[in-house]
Design a protein around this ligand. Structure first.
Ligand code: ZN
Length: 410
């Protein structure tokens, strides 16, 4: 009998759902025609999973971390470090990282537009304020997609226990950042960030590129709004934790960020957009190719979640069917590959929101003890051999199937 050496790990974001009246009270996954997924389920051991446990409605960031074995109470300090890692900034222990938005403010720092008129490219603005040094703290600013950026403060004695500057509402003024605890580190960090906001505003507001935008009737990108502060924790990489060389295939910034945060290599795939038009076939083909070089290939598909967030149940069903066609690529994996398919949480079309309903999880390899499940959906998986799982059970099960678990006792 062959041994499992490699893992292809696919997460369909927000895949689980609730019964939809228009589908005769079936979920989008039950209503969808999914012959390929059904064939995979028939060769798998299946179950239902709550990433953070029963009755907990997870965000995508913390549910992914839980599934990969990084509990949020130990490793999640804010969204900043995760998103920034995805932009290609190699974080160091003690860095404080933020997500940023280029916005437009008036001379009193009242917010006119939080996205600078949905500016599409911010590279020249990030370049203008990248590399500053404030009271011995280095500031790294890198562009993200559209109006977004990542900002890292690097130096001694920094803390993420500070308030947000972004009031999250237009017409309101940018807020001064304040320490949220009594430590000198938090007070120092708040002071550095306030100085950074002042200096960067002065640079951005005077930029020729902004004068040009205003002359063209566009809003100036004259302020970088910071939010989601988090400190980069001391943590093992995925490879250090499991001994598996890992890569990440994802279109969405957050998911690329999760991969990079865990030390996975990022693989770019043409047409991977994180939108309903994303080329899922290309992703699966790239994932199979990556298995030649990597032991663990994390592949993320986003639109199952975003369509449900929009309440678009027909769109979600149609997208699942497109994913099923792409899943033909997953039918003929080499014998030493374990295929895991799951989701980070359910996203209910009727609520336009994540729910605590469990999601399908399957483990497919020639050596797993398959069950009687022959359809890929929430209802069928109730009868799966894995029963109910939580996120923290999944990687240990992967390691079990690979024969890599340490023996407890004698
Ligand atoms: Zn999600």
């Amino acid at each position: 009998m062959g041994k499992v050496n490699k893992v292809l790990f696919v997460i369909f974001d927000g895949l689980g759902d609730r019964p939809i009246k228009e589908f005769g009270y079936k979920t989008p996954l039950e209503a969808a025609h999914t012959p390929n997924f059904d064939a995979i389920a028939a060769k798998s051991v299946c179950g239902l999973d709550n990433a953070l446990g029963k009755g907990i409605r997870p965000g995508s960031d913390v549910s992914h971390l839980a599934i990969f074995g990084y509990p949020m109470d130990k490793y999640y300090t804010g969204r900043g470090p995760i998103e920034v890692a995805g932009l290609g900034i190699r974080l160091q222990q003690g860095d404080v990282a933020f997500r940023g938005n280029f916005g437009t403010v008036d001379s009193d720092w009242n917010i006119i537009d939080r996205r600078a008129g949905r500016i599409r490219v911010v590279d020249e603005f990030t370049a203008a304020i990248d590399g500053m040094e404030i009271d011995g703290v280095q500031v790294i600013v890198k562009p993200g997609t559209a109006h977004r950026a990542g900002v890292v403060f690097r130096g001694k004695g920094l803390s993420a226990n500070i308030s947000d500057a972004d009031p999250h509402e237009e017409g309101k003024p940018v807020m001064e950042v304040r320490p949220t605890d009594d430590t000198p580190e938090a007070a120092f960090t708040a002071s550095v960030i306030n100085k950074f906001m002042r200096k960067s505003y002065e640079i951005l507001d005077k930029m020729e590129a902004n004068k040009q935008r205003e002359a063209n009737g566009q809003l100036a990108a004259n302020f970088l709004l910071l939010r989601g502060a988090g400190v980069y924790p001391t943590m093992p990489t995925f490879e250090e934790k499991y001994g598996l060389k890992a890569c990440c295939i994802a279109g969405g910034g957050l998911y690329r960020g999760i991969g990079a945060f865990l030390g996975m290599d990022l693989i770019d795939v043409e047409g991977a957009t994180a939108l309903p038009d994303s080329n899922v076939v290309n992703k699966f083909v790239a994932a199979k190719k990556a298995l030649q070089e990597y032991d663990f290939v994390f592949t993320h598909v986003k639109a199952t979640d975003s369509l449900a967030e929009d309440g678009n149940f027909e769109g979600k069903k149609a997208f699942i069917e497109r994913c099923d066609i792409a899943a033909a690529e997953l039918l003929d994996l080499p014998e030493d590959v374990l295929l895991v398919i799951t989701a980070d949480h359910s996203t209910a079309c009727e609520l336009h929101a994540h729910t605590a309903d469990p999601v399908p999880v399957l483990f497919c390899a020639p050596t797993v003890r398959i069950d009687d499940v022959t359809e890929f959906n929430e209802r069928a998986f109730v009868k799966g051999g894995m029963g109910r799982m939580v996120g923290a059970d999944i990687m240990p099960e992967v390691m079990n199937i690979m024969g890599k678990l340490h023996l407890i006792g004698a």
